[in-house]
Each structure stands twice: as structure tokens, then as C-alpha cells.
Design a protein around this ligand. Structure first.
Ligand code: GLN
Length: 187
């Protein structure tokens, strides 16, 4: 059975495990470096990217995560997870895993639009995806190897680069498993 880890330092870990299990794979919380070696793919959940980053440093996970991503472990970051996978953020200084050649702007949709839903066209999906955005980032700059697969008002909100998939929105908060399925297809 395919084993998909969910980085379990902070954030909505349980929701990801739930949707992964609904797709017939095993969802495994990952808290220790050695647990990274036991999974076929990894989800980095939404939450607070500064907190997740600091905890990854404290638990000795940052370097092992960088290595795993660099070696091509299929990985999917949602919201804070997307921020952690970015090579840079537009402001501030926080620990990042990196690997995804994008610059991300945190909380980019602004106060009035802090949280919203949008019916989103996602490249590769036949029908739009009902996407939930919560204090979401957008992508400010994409590298030449990065494919933009969804955007809101011309701001990229979902991208793919080799074995890295990332979205600003939270598919784990819906009953729709199509985005997680895209990760499983990369295994
Ligand atoms: N705004 C959060 C951050 O910067 C991300 C929000 C989320 O994951 N829903 O980390």
C-alpha cells in the first residue's frame, strides 16, 4: 500500500490524513527524520509557516526535508506548506525547505479577502475545483521550470515543478480528492 506522510509539526494534519485515506492510501504523521525514509510521498500542510519552519529546525527536520525534496520525493505543500517549499518569500526571514523555484508573497490576498472560496480552473482537471483560501499566499515570481496550473486574477495559486506540487488553497477542507490524487499520480 502507498504510504503518504503528512508533516505533523503544526497545522491541519488530520484533515490531510483523512482525505488521503479516503483515496485508499495510508496517511502517516511524520515528526521525526527517520520517518521520512518510510514514506512514498509527503504532504506539508497549511497552518503557520513560521511556526512549522521553526519547529522543523528544532526537531532536526529541516535538513532531512531538504534532502528528501532534493532527491525527488513527491511532495505537495498547501498554503503554509507552499510557503515552506518556496525558494524565497517577499518579506521577512524565516526557515524554508525550498526546492520550488518561486517567490511567494504571504497573506497576499489582504485583509478584506482573508478567507474566500473560488471555483478554480486547474490544468489537468476536467471540472473546476472549489478552492478554499485562508490567509493565503500567492506566487509573485516563477522560475522557468515551474508550471503554473491555476491562478486567481493572474496571480499563480497552484504550481508544479518536477516532483513538487504546491497550492495556496486547502483541498483537505473539501471532500474533493482530485488534488491529492495528482500527488498520488507522482508516486
Ligand atoms: N498565512 C499563513 C502563513 O503565512 C498561511 C495560512 C494557511 O496555511 N492557511 O504561514
Amino acid at each position: 500500500m502507498t504510504r503518504v506522510g503528512v508533516l505533523a509539526l503544526q497545522g491541519d494534519v488530520r484533515e490531510h490524513i483523512h482525505i488521503l485515506e479516503s483515496l485508499g492510501v495510508e496517511g502517516i504523521p511524520v515528526k521525526k527524520p527517520e520517518e521520512l525514509g518510510e514514506v512514498d510521498a509527503l504532504v506539508i500542510p497549511g497552518g503557520e509557516s513560521t511556526t512549522i519552519g521553526k519547529m522543523a529546525v528544532r526537531f532536526g527536520l529541516l535538513e532531512p526535508l531538504r534532502t528528501a525534496v532534493g532527491e525527488g520525493l513527491p511532495v505537495y505543500g498547501t498554503c503554509a506548506g507552499m510557503i515552506l517549499l518556496a525558494s524565497a518569500v517577499t518579506d521577512g526571514d524565516q526557515p524554508l525547505i525550498g526546492g520550488l523555484d518561486v517567490v511567494v508573497k504571504r497573506n497576499a490576498f489582504g485583509r478584506q479577502n482573508e478567507s474566500f472560496e473560488a471555483s478554480l480552473d486547474v490544468l489537468g482537471l476536467a471540472e473546476p475545483f472549489q478552492a478554499v483560501f485562508i490567509r493565503a499566499p500567492w506566487i509573485e515570481k516563477v522560475g522557468s521550470d515551474v508550471d503554473v496550473i491555476a491562478a486567481v486574477d493572474d496571480h499563480p495559486v497552484m504550481v508544479r515543478q518536477d516532483s513538487i506540487l504546491a497550492s495556496s488553497f486547502h483541498p483537505e477542507l473539501t471532500q474533493d480528492g482530485r488534488i491529492h490524487q495528482m500527488l498520488l499520480e507522482m508516486v
